[in-house]
Design a protein around this ligand. Structure first.
Ligand code: ZN
Length: 242
């Protein structure tokens, strides 16, 4: 298994390169490009969120706990005294950080169901619909956001897979099975549920055709070709070739 740093840079580098390609091809605007790279990087860390000792999950829970505590205080700030607010802040933080986190670590098993292709597909499709229906993001952009999250997650699973195989192509830990998994008999009911969720998510997802048309539009790739080289060099190159 690859470590946290490898996953962080893997997700960042791959989504960064793809994001620049998308931006140069005119598929993504400036701030969409940034969101795509951020989502790809998050995707690169996502499959390990069920690891109880993993850095991202601890960090995530710390941030979430602080935010919950802070919003509780903000909500009651005029009604309660200063001392009660401090008590509320501590109680909110403690409940999230120790109560909910404890429950979360109890019910999840690392490298279980979350560490799989279909689970990541559900999350990516969910993100597409969330953006389209609740954030007023255009369909094409929503699909790009989901795609980048999914690509980041696939980079993660691919890295885990690569790190579990040594140079002579021997699998180092047979027990761990494959990282890029689509199904596991031991968790068959979970997988049936996941594929049902995928079918449902595809059914409610925003239209896919405009996204696909934009991606396969020859104009898109002409723009990209134009932006490939510094314009001066490109112009002189084409004139020498002609
Ligand atoms: Zn992993």
């Amino acid at each position: 298994m690859a470590n946290f740093k490898t996953h962080l840079s893997g997700g960042f580098v791959v989504s960064g390169i793809l994001g620049i390609v998308g931006y140069k091809a005119g598929l993504l605007g400036g701030h969409e490009f940034l969101i795509c790279v951020a989502l790809g990087t998050i995707g690169g860390l996502l499959p390990d969120i069920d690891s109880d000792n993993s850095t991202p999950i601890k960090l995530g829970f710390d941030v979430a706990s602080l935010m919950v505590a802070f919003s509780l205080v903000m909500h009651w700030r005029s009604e309660l005294s200063l001392l009660s607010l401090i008590a509320l802040w501590l109680a909110g933080y403690g409940f999230m950080r120790y109560g909910i986190f404890y429950l979360f670590t109890k019910i999840t098993v690392h490298r279980g169901i979350i560490h799989s292709i279909p689970y990541m597909a559900v999350l990516a499709l969910g993100l597409v619909s969330l953006n389209y229906y609740f954030m007023d993001t255009p369909a094409t952009t929503s699909w790009f956001y989901g795609l980048f999250l999914f690509i980041g997650a696939m980079v993660h699973l691919g890295l885990d897979e690569a790190y579990s195989v040594d140079l002579l192509n021997h699998r180092m830990k047979r027990s761990s099975g494959t990282a890029m998994k689509l199904y596991r008999d031991r968790e068959r009911y979970w997988y049936v549920l996941l594929y049902a969720l995928i079918a449902m998510a595809i059914f409610i997802a925003p239209p896919f055709a405009p996204f696909w048309n934009k991606l396969t539009d020859p104009i898109t790739w002409l723009i990209l070709k134009d932006g490939l080289l510094p314009s001066q060099i490109f112009a002189s190159l084409t004139s020498t070739l002609n």
